[in-house]
Design a protein around this ligand. Structure first.
Ligand code: MRU
Length: 351
């Protein structure tokens, strides 16, 4: 399952607002089309947003190829800013845009055109994400080695649709299932956008992985019954002390896990870490329209005129996180020391 396709020089995004009942691909011609698709939630999920934005910038270079190199660079700088502004919380978007800027800088020293250099980088971001997620899946297996018949609860959608493929938290779940260690998945419906009910349920069904959908408030009940062995969620941004921003409702799950002594894991690529932020308090949290809470599709749920608070993400304090599963390792009981030690290990690996 893919949510982003780039075929014969054309970018199309699967309209995730219409899933699971309609499969509609939206063509994007340039950066502003992609920025709009991100803002409107056609494409969502931190890694998928990053990949889509990278293609958006590459398309912009092609569309504006008539400009001379220096005008084109200035133009791309503005397009990049538009893409960066499309959604504030997921840091993967900034990470991808930084890579695209670096590709632009490297292009000045080489012979390829700006257009080719950016497209090559966008394709690399796309394909590397799939490989990264498969590695996250393998790291996840190490957490649960020797365990069988696991009942895992997850929140939002972190699967193929939210990434370039395979998924992060859902990738771990997929790996556990492939390894014969998974009994079933509790899928939080994830109000108000219903990424769990519409997208995760759809992906699991396609993969024939056993699951049961629950309302978000049922999570406490199933934990109280002893029916949950672990919670695994994704992330949109992780501060250097391990505080983690993810879909609204994640923090509540972590609190429940602490009370019920259920391990709480975050699965995310290294590109989700923002080491420039000391704590989660510095993570920008997206506010969305209250209408997404008071209505369901075209149906008005609350009384006409009702107002609603709609924050799209919350921050889980690192003390509540059992471990962060990355493509490189599992950071157990994450804090500033363990995360910076992990960062140092990467730098050494890249030297
Ligand atoms: O608002 P969304 O649907 O973009 O939120 C998505 C999430 O919160 C995911 O858990 C996160 O981006 C990780 S996706 C691999």
């Amino acid at each position: 399952m893919k949510s982003i396709r780039f075929v014969d020089g054309k970018l199309e995004l699967l309209d995730q607002r219409k899933l699971p009942h309609q499969t509609v691909w939206i063509p994007c011609q340039d950066a502003s089309d992609v920025a709009k698709a991100i803002r409107d939630m056609v494409v969502r999920g931190a890694p998928a947003i990053a990949t889509a934005a990278a293609y958006g910038l590459a398309l912009e270079a092609r569309r504006a190829r008539h400009l001379g190199d220096s005008d084109l660079e200035a133009h791309l700088g503005r397009a990049l800013e538009t893409l960066l502004q499309s959604r504030p919380t997921a840091v993967n978007l900034r990470w991808a845009m930084t890579r695209m800027e670096q590709a632009l800088t490297a292009q000045r020293r080489g012979t390829s055109s700006i257009e080719d250099a950016l497209l090559t980088e966008a394709k690399a971001i796309d394909s590397e994400d799939v490989a990264t997620n498969q590695s996250i899946g393998r790291s996840g297996l190490s957490v649960f080695s020797g365990r069988t018949a696991l009942r895992v609860l997850t929140h939002c959608n972190t699967g193929s649709l939210a990434t370039s493929g395979y998924g992060t938290a859902l990738g771990v779940i997929r790996s556990l299932y492939a390894g014969g260690q998974l009994q079933s998945v509790w899928v939080d419906e994830t109000r108000p956008y219903l990424q769990g009910a519409r997208l995760t349920a759809y992906e699991l069904q396609e993969e024939r992985i056993p699951y049961q959908l629950i309302t978000d408030s049922t999570a406490a009940y199933v934990m109280q019954q002893g029916w949950v062995d672990a919670v695994i969620v994704g992330a949109d941004r992780i501060a250097r002390n391990g505080d983690t921003a993810n879909k609204i409702g994640t923090y509540a799950l972590a609190v429940l896990c602490t009370y019920h002594k259920v391990p709480f894991y975050v699965a995310a690529p290294w590109s989700t870490f923002d080491l420039g932020l000391n704590t989660g308090q510095d993570i920008p949290i997206e506010s969305r329209s209250g209408e997404e809470v008071t209505t369901l599709g075209d149906t008005q749920l609350a009384p006409v005129g009702a107002t609603a608070l709609h924050v799209a993400f919350d921050v889980t304090p690192h003390e509540l996180i059992t471990g962060i599963i990355t493509e490189h390792s599992v950071i157990v009981h994450p804090d500033t020391t363990s995360i910076l030690a992990e960062a140092e290990r990467h730098e050494e690996a890249f030297d």
